[in-house]
Write a protein that binds this ligand. Structure first.
Ligand code: ADP
Ligand code: MG
Length: 271
């Protein structure tokens, strides 16, 4: 796999990974190799790439949950490792790809956990409003008293997202928030991500749907085999040639007749 374009860290990034590599304990090879990524205030930054490309690993590194074998991560210019967990939790909220809640907590209880970093601060005054807003934004008001294990996969995913939103941080890191969602809820979540960014938040989101990335992301970073292949504005990064090379799937990319936003479709012979 050839590097199609070298990725430099974004200028003005609030959260910046530079030349990060990860070799898991007991593993022999890097699952992330020299990856750089900058998350800026005011932008939705989509992380794209095939299964196993290293998206969740890079995500874990910028979230501070995975310690890189080499390279650095800085938040507001300060090494991530220098932050206390509580201070980190007041700056960034993380939706993990695996967000299973196995105890029979209610949705309202789980969403309220998002407020934990603000305990014993004046911002506890916002708790009720933040929880109510998060339930509304994820369309689960009616599910508030249900236990999480009783929910459908998509409902559970929205409850997990609501908890993250209730945390009210100015950095949002969302690993596949739309994977289990129906069409409307996918659009709702990405519209919300854009809205948060326009209000000044820095949003990073792992996505599989290239069309969602084209339509909603300000910037995309394409990963393949643990390396950043390209980073930039979606229409420049997600060309047909690059998608074909990275995914091994022939595609057509053409402008949407109404919006002009590029649309990606797999090439299907004879249909
Ligand atoms: P993605 O989120 O892009 O699908 P991941 O970042 O989860 O990919 O994983 C990248 C690759 O690293 C995958 O091939 C995965 O199997 C492998 N991997 C992840 N964690 C470990 C680990 N602890 N030990 C060995 N391999 C791992
Ligand atoms: Mg993943």
């Amino acid at each position: 796999m050839t590097a199609l374009r070298e990725a430099g860290p974004a200028r003005g990034a609030v959260l910046e990974a530079r030349d990060v590599s990860v070799v898991p304990d007991g593993a022999r090879r890097e699952i992330l190799s020299g990856a750089s990524l900058g998350i800026r205030a005011g932008e939705v930054h989509a992380l794209i790439g095939p299964n196993g490309a290293g998206k969740s690993t890079l995500f874990g590194v910028i979230a501070g949950d995975v310690v890189p074998t080499s390279g650095s991560v800085h938040l507001d210019g300060v090494a991530l490792a220098a932050y206390r967990p509580r201070d980190l939790a007041r700056r960034r909220a993380v939706l993990l790809q695996q967000n299973a809640v196995s105890f029979p907590f209610t949705v309202a209880q789980v969403v309220a956990m998002g407020r934990a970093p603000w305990a014993r601060t004046p911002l506890t005054d916002e708790d009720d409003e933040a929880i109510a807003a998060a339930l509304r934004e994820t369309d689960i008001v009616d599910l508030a008293e249900r236990t999480v294990p009783s929910l459908s996969g998509g409902e559970r995913a929205r409850a997990a997202l609501a908890r993250v939103l209730a945390q009210r941080t100015d950095i949002l890191l969302l690993d596949e928030p739309t994977a289990a969602l129906d069409l409307r809820h996918q659009e709702d979540v990405l519209t919300l991500a854009v809205q948060r960014a326009r209000e000044g938040a820095a949003v990073a989101v792992v996505l599989h749907d290239l069309n969602s990335a084209m339509a909603h992301a300000d910037r995309v970073t394409l990963l393949s085999h643990g390396r950043v292949v390209a980073t930039g504005i979606p229409s420049e990064v997600l060309t047909a040639e690059r998608i074909e090379e990275v995914y091994g799937q022939a595609v057509d990319v053409f402008p949407h007749p109404k919006t002009g936003v590029p649309v990606v479709t797999p090439r299907r012979h004879g249909r």
